[in-house]
Ligand binder design. Structure first.
Ligand SMILES: Nc1ncnc2c1ncn2[C@@H]1O[C@H](COP(=O)(O)OP(=O)(O)O)[C@@H](O)[C@H]1O
Ligand SMILES: [Mg+2]
Length: 362
């Protein structure tokens, strides 16, 4: 098959996505497909369709290592403008059409995806994961892996997903929405006490997330979260063991337990090899609890109308209750990612996992 693996993009999770994309592309190349890794934001300049782009840009194998720090998106924007020689707001594009510096999809991407057999969506965060790109692809009749735009939108909006979980009997921590200008102490007079977790409502990879133990830690946490979004949330902090449960097709994979060496499962602990212990299958987890976790992952996946694959994040508290934090519609596929480890524990090697995700989409 002719496959575009779409990664990068102008998202705080850009680097994670490039790492996922490289691994997926290499896996699909090894299965004999014609694979082109494309950066959603940088585009495939001057390319006209998949065949042309493949001839111009394909590599025999791809590699990208996630740096410790989140990417500098302003620098990425400058890089693209520099590469294309576009300095004004609207310039003549490489394909002869108008090219706008604010455009989130690079030149040549839609044409390449439209003439490939399928696009493997390896994007994380922003338009690749929140449903906007999926809606556009539907309009163009482009086939892609993973959930459709409705499910992506619901899952990416953490408060919305939590409300849907709650009305469907799935336990999720209490929370408050905080918008910019909510006051000096936005949590004053609220039920929610400390410790709590401050996070953007629609990011991923723990970008913008802080654990706040008392009032003195609140301001810097708010400032950090507001870098990424105007709408953020404070959530009751759950003490307990952290797990994640993948869904592949209509089956849940074995849960994986996450034990960071220090602190919580933040950006560094997620992507620096060895920073967190990830144990699958988990040691000392009662079989009935494992069963409930898997059933919960399937329930949330179904409730939000997701398809193909997903991964539910949860915390098991001291009372043995399962508290769901969120469900990811495009779970990481990097060398340290959870879903591939869960699939391996279920006897599905990485290359086969990528093929299955494609088969599910077709
Ligand atoms: N309510 C919470 N209680 C305890 N830890 C939390 C809570 N919310 C988030 N965390 C920690 O922060 C990490 C990221 O939060 P999550 O809601 O999963 O957002 P993201 O989309 O960034 O992964 C979690 O994996 C967990 O370690
Ligand atoms: Mg998460």
């Amino acid at each position: 098959m002719d496959i575009v693996v779409l990664a990068g993009g102008l998202s705080p999770e850009r680097d994670v996505s490039l790492s996922s994309g490289c691994k997926i592309a290499n896996a699909l190349i090894s299965r004999g497909h014609r694979v082109l890794l494309a950066d959603l934001y940088m585009g495939l300049p001057h390319a006209r369709g998949f065949g042309d782009a493949y001839n111009k840009f394909k590599k025999d194998s791809y590699e990208f290592k996630v740096p410790e720090r989140e990417p500098d998106l302003a620098a990425i924007k400058k890089d693209r403008a520099g590469a294309l020689g576009t300095h004004s707001e609207v310039d003549a594009g490489c394909s002869g059409g108008l090219y706008n510096n604010a455009q989130l999809i690079g030149d040549g991407i839609v044409a390449a995806c439209a003439s490939a057999d399928i696009t493997f969506n390896a994007l994380h965060g922003d338009i690749g994961e929140n449903g906007r790109l999926q809606a556009l692809f539907d309009i163009y009749g482009i086939k892609y892996t993973g959930s459709g735009y409705e499910g992506c939108h619901l899952a990416m909006d953490k408060p919305l997903a939590k409300e849907l979980m709650r009305v469907n009997g799935v336990r999720t921590p209490e929370y408050e929405i905080i918008t910019a200008g909510s006051g000096f102490d936005p949590l004053a007079g609220k039920q929610l006490g400390y410790p709590c977790v401050i996070k953007p409502c629609g990011c991923g990879s723990s970008v913008g997330v802080s654990i706040v133990n008392n009032r003195s830690e609140l301001d810097s946490a708010l400032k950090y979260a507001f870098i990424y979004e105007k709408r953020i949330m404070a959530e009751h902090k759950i003490e307990g063991r952290e797990f994640s449960v993948g869904v592949l097709g209509d089956e849940a994979l074995p849960p994986i337990e996450i034990i960071p060496q220090t602190g919580f499962y933040d950006y560094v602990n997620k992507y620096q090899p060895g920073a967190a212990l990830e144990v699958c299958p988990p040691v000392g987890l009662a079989p009935e609890l494992e069963k409930v976790m898997r059933a919960t992952a399937l329930k949330v996946h179904g409730t939000l109308g997701l398809s193909g694959y997903s991964r539910l994040d949860l915390i098991l508290d001291g009372e043995g209750e399962i508290n769901c934090l969120e469900i990811n519609t495009l779970p990481g596929m990097t060398p340290t990612s959870l879903l591939p480890q869960e699939a391996a524990a279920a006897g599905i090697p990485y290359n086969e996992l990528c093929e299955r995700i494609i088969r599910l989409a077709l």
